[in-house]
Ligand binder design. Sequence first.
Ligand code: ATP
Ligand code: MG
Length: 718
Amino acid sequence: MDVTFLIDSLNDTQRQAVTAPSKSMLILAGAGSGKTRVLVHRIVWQIQVEGLSPHSILAVTFTNKAAAEMRERIEKLLNIPTRAMWIGTFHGLAHRILRRHAQQAKLPDTFQILDSDDQLRVIKRLLKSMSIDDKKWPPRQVQWFINAQKDEGLRANHIADTGDYFVKQMLVLYKAYEDICNRSGLVDFAELLLRAHELLRDNPDLLHFYQRRFRQVHVDEFQDTNTIQYAWLRLLTEGQDNLFIVGDDDQSIYGWRGAKIANIFSFQKHYPNHEIIRLEQNYRSTGNILHAANKLIAHNSNRMGKQLWTDAGEGELISLYSAFNEQDEAYFVVERIKQWIEKDGLKQDVAILYRSNAQSRQFEERLMTAAIPYRVYGGLRFFERAEIKSSLAYLRLLSNRNDDPSFERVVNTPTRGIGAKTMDSLRDLARSEEISLWDASTALLKQDFFTARASNALKKFLQLINDLEFLCEELELFEKVKLVGEKCGLIELYKKEKDDRGEARIENLEELVNAARGFDYHADNEENLNELDMFLAHASLESGEMQGANSDDCIQLMTLHSAKGLEFKQVFMVGLEEGLFPSGQSVDDIARLEEERRLCYVGITRAMEQLYISYAESRRLYGKETYPSPSRFLREIPAEFTQDVRIRANITQPSAKKQSASLASQSTYRAGQKVSHPKFGTGLVLQIEGEGKQEKVQVNFNGGRKWLMAAYARLEIL
Ligand code: ATP
Ligand code: MG
């Protein structure tokens, strides 16, 4: 068989890693050195040359996007479908195992996934039902505690009660939360991993089955595995010496979620026959970008240490832009993107990377005004929208009546006259009897507990769910979704909403029907699972995948965290300001600061040809006006690799809507100008709109921002 195509495009070290006989291996190398490429080629090599069945391959990575890309690349090289291969994220694969063996995992067949919003809501309700003060015990902190324990593989009964007041209370809550989830058949994200681990650990036959099945286990981005993920990998590869991991300690960015760089050391101890291969040539970025990244990361102390080189030439310098404010920053970025597009650059090769999701709005607005298509990863995702969640909650109830969060969500949406008093009685009984809200409803209805009105309303709701299930029985998945959307009353409800919001919600519900129609249930036909449950799980696990097809040519917007592993020709890394990036919580803590620096290293090394870094002198974020200083990371990049961009000298209107330059220049004002007002004092001009008598100026005074009519405002230019 001719496999030259597999190894021709590799350098010597990469080739050595790809073709090595089966054993445990660690590819430890910096960004863009071909780690993922080696992993993909090795999988193909093992199938083509070593004769392994695609069935016996397991490959894990961190995001759905990365998993989809890996699958695509393997498919291209192999020229056969990859369905039989288990390629996915830790959560996705754990879910798959739990679905197949729900009973052994002590879960109902119809168990549903609780995403983090749902989880928080369950915790809030729990605190309320236990009359615990949520000011003293903030729900987010409880959520964090529970997830952190699960990431470490710990159940409430594993944790020693040290007598510590805080731990004691948290344990009570953790236990109560576990009870609710078990009773309702709900599994949160951390639970997926923990339970999948326990399932294999406690069922030796099952474990042996999977150990025999997965002849080779591959992990990308290993530096970001947490304790339970690593424990799961160890179980699967126990005694087999077949774990192939690739990673980069300098790109570990999930410490705050329990990831352990130390897993790299543990691997070396646990797999004594392993081989380590280091890759040093970077194939992604031009010299200036790469040198800047190397210099920046050298400021971190605890490193395994490596230097990357490239023969791609120095390339362009990194452009630094000091924006006047966040609007000016967005304006600048979009102007540069326009130039890129005019020069025939593909939109999909451009990414805007930011530290926090809240930053995306400015860029979205600008891109929208400029009619440039874009796609946001993360943020408020399709499946997280209120109307979608409500519609899914009805569907979940059809599948599992004990799903209390879904019951709570839609029992009175749209309003059916089921009030707080009725709900309190249901919750009380559910809690004391340890039954679901659904069962509490039937029990109390039987006892004629409620007033006639309340009783009728509740009966009608239960009847609706039962009827819907009956009506849906013979239908295709998308027909079910459509029917439930129509009959549950949500569409009627949204029709009554006056503004465009209601309309947008109805459109989203229609989009959900489309999503169901396009849902590829048979992607994995070795499993005989309920299609609706698979769709609901898909909605919880793969939320980001709904906005436009991957192949769409559009600008990519995402957080630095979700950019890991990806590459783009042109990258804008925005908001490099103290307090934002590095983030406010990290500046006093060396370990967290170093993690932020690694995040910055990840950001820089996404760029292939052009990198723009920007920061704003003033920024409104989370409703507050701030005047941050430039990020310390900017000082850590030597000036020889950067150039300052001065755009304000030639563009006087940072946020004007594509007005002609001549109009703009007629204005007496320009952004950044210092002015004084008889009443408001001195301030800085932010933006100018309109002309002549209609001209409006936005000024940032000490007391806040104000729009003023230029002709009447009596502003004095200082
Ligand atoms: P990261 O740390 O960011 O995940 P990585 O080490 O996984 O990066 P890859 O994404 O595999 O790096 O490779 C970076 C880029 O370099 C890709 O475009 C890849 O196709 C290219 N590349 C890797 N090795 C070679 C090679 N030997 N010849 C040509 N191009 C290569
Ligand atoms: Mg990679």
